[in-house]
Design a protein around this ligand. Sequence first.
Ligand code: IPE
Ligand code: IPE
Ligand code: MG
Length: 243
Amino acid sequence: MAKKQIEPPVPADMMPQHIAIIMDGNGRWAKKRGMPRTFGHVQGAKTFHKLLRHAREIGVKYMSFYAFSTENWKRPDDEVHALMNLFRQYVKLAYKYFDDRVRVVLLGDKQDFEPDLQKMFTDLEHDTGEFEKMTAGIAANYGSRREITDAAKRIARLVQDGKLQPDDITEELFAQHLYTAGMPDVDLMIRPGGEQRLSNFLLWQCAYAEFYFCDTLFPDFNGDELDKAIVEFARRTRRFGGL
Ligand code: IPE
Ligand code: IPE
Ligand code: MG
């Protein structure tokens, strides 16, 4: 039987180019079921994978997933450890889905990961680097303030070395030093899980993003929920400061 084609929820010209999602609520989802928080992360990871494939099917070109923040290291060791192992598992899984032609870009500072995981991420970025169907940004050890500070440092060094003049520093040049270099600004920022905050995610890139919050805990956030957010996005009027 032929595979059922998934229809985009809105016409192609009304689709957001870049969607970002804060994958929040895994712990509470598990707690509600009397299970350990790590079980919520296992379910959340499954949801992530389904959502990524759904987004690809409906023609989303860029999607960034907040998986682990620079602040999340504060969590208990066993939870952090479980999350690191999920990263390992899903990097391996990505190789089984090569036919999907999804380019993976790691948003975050790899240096704080164990050496084997650093290498896995670097290899995956390299091995998917030419894929053109969709770009998936995986925000792991991501913090927007760290990203912006690091960009400033790198630019300062270029100036110090005489490779750049202070007046050469434009918004475009600055953006090229962020992890999201080459990706468009975020059009639609989604946060499931009931909280209404950014938690240090893509502060620069969200300057004119539309925000969508919902109470669904991330493990339950499925393709239909994503479609709903996109339909709501398409209803909004964006002015970018104009009239
Ligand atoms: C989001 O779910 C996943 C990560 C931050 C790694 P949480 O773990 O924050 O789940 P809640 O918010 O405690 O329910
Ligand atoms: C944001 O969720 C980070 C990720 C989803 C990866 P948190 O659960 O860490 O955010 P706060 O602590 O509620 O702001
Ligand atoms: Mg949370």
